[in-house]
Design a protein around this ligand. Structure first.
Ligand SMILES: [Fe+2]
Ligand SMILES: [Fe+2]
Length: 340
């Protein structure tokens, strides 16, 4: 081989290069920092027996790579069809009351409750109240689709059957294969028996070093076993702000109530009730409450427990979570005071 050899554009390098650069260029142009509640087109589906539309991801104006956000509205007295999907979903109740039946178990909910409908379990929702019930569903459908595992099935009026039992061999020995079988069975069982519901009445917002009051709604520490989806509620005081920080995407902040703005990469994005701010990139960002009278209530969603943890391991020693200078010291003082 000679150093002067002409490169062949069909070589693996060029095939990959075109794809990677093409993807990034397209993504940078299409990504959006705000999803508008007013842009959601709720379409009544006779098959689903509910109105449904995407806030972010799906066919909305806001492309997503990892998580997405949808709105589902069920009319009073109505029960949706029974369905299941390969993605995990967490439903935050924006209004109304009802119940969700998951694999034969029922979970009653009302405003600001949260319900986890796990991947591959049959489920349906029922509105037991007198006003429309509105659910915000956050899912990891884009990630599941990226792996080529998209799957969605609907069986109409059939009740949600319990999860299928795991098929395991009768004879057991101590080989690597059997250990893998046992570990997988234990992990699946843990997921099946995990927590599914958080009642708003049980949630206490507590002062956080980031300048807001907050509480986890769905998280491993509360007994949930999701694919990594975690939800927290936080409240920014009137005229206040959350401290500046940065981390990789995707994080979605749904504005449950209030008006304010987020500064993402030095660009100001205004929001109000029903909108969502989206942090796609590893850039400094900060959320502000623009009202001098009312607190702003926000739900933040991301997949830190899986996707970002993997990124942290893959990128180490690059720090993937950074707070504004000085916050670390202030936090150490708080933790120190608690331990004293
Ligand atoms: Fe679902
Ligand atoms: Fe953030």
């Amino acid at each position: 081989m000679k150093g002067t050899e002409v490169f062949d554009p069909r070589s693996h390098y060029f095939v990959q290069r075109r794809r990677r650069f093409g993807f990034l260029e397209d993504w940078r142009q299409r990504r959006r920092a705000i999803a508008r509640g007013d842009d959601v087109r709720l379409e009544r589906s006779p098959a689903r027996r509910a109105a449904f539309g995407f806030l972010a991801g799906g066919d909305s104006k806001v492309p997503m790579r990892v998580i997405d956000a949808r709105i589902l509205e069920v009319a009073p007295g109505e029960t949706t069809s029974t369905h299941r999907h390969a993605y995990d979903a967490v439903c935050f109740v924006l209004g109304g009351k009802g119940q969700t039946e998951i694999a034969g178990e029922r979970y009653a909910w009302s405003k600001y409750d949260t319900v986890h409908t796990p991947a591959l379990s049959w489920h349906r929702h029922r509105n037991t109240g007198t006003e429309p019930a509105r659910l915000l569903a956050i899912t990891d459908a884009p990630l599941v689709s990226a792996f080529g595992l998209a799957r969605l099935e609907d069986i109409g009026d059939e009740p949600p059957a319990p999860d299928e039992p795991l098929h395991l061999p009768m004879a057991r020995s101590g080989t690597a294969y059997e250990r893998e079988l046992a570990a997988a069975a234990a992990s699946w069982q843990e997921r099946q028996q995990a927590r599914r519901h958080t009642a708003c009445a049980d949630v206490t917002l507590r002062a956080s070093p980031k300048g807001s009051r907050s509480a986890l709604l769905v998280d491993r520490s509360l007994g949930y076993r999701t694919t990594g989806i975690s939800l927290a509620m936080f409240e920014i005081r009137p005229g206040g702000a959350q401290s500046k920080h940065r981390h990789p995407g995707e994080a979605l902040l749904y504005i449950v109530d209030g008006e304010g703005y987020s500064v993402i990469d030095d660009v100001k994005h205004e929001w109000r009730t029903g909108d969502a701010a989206i942090v796609h990139q590893y850039v400094w960002h900060q959320h502000f409450n623009a009202s001098a009278e009312r607190p702003a209530t926000v739900i933040r969603m991301h997949m830190w427990e899986s996707v970002i943890e993997m990124m942290q391991a893959a990128m180490d020693p690059v720090p993937l979570y950074e707070d504004e200078p000085g916050l670390e010291e202030r936090m150490r003082e708080v933790v120190g005071a608690m331990e004293d």
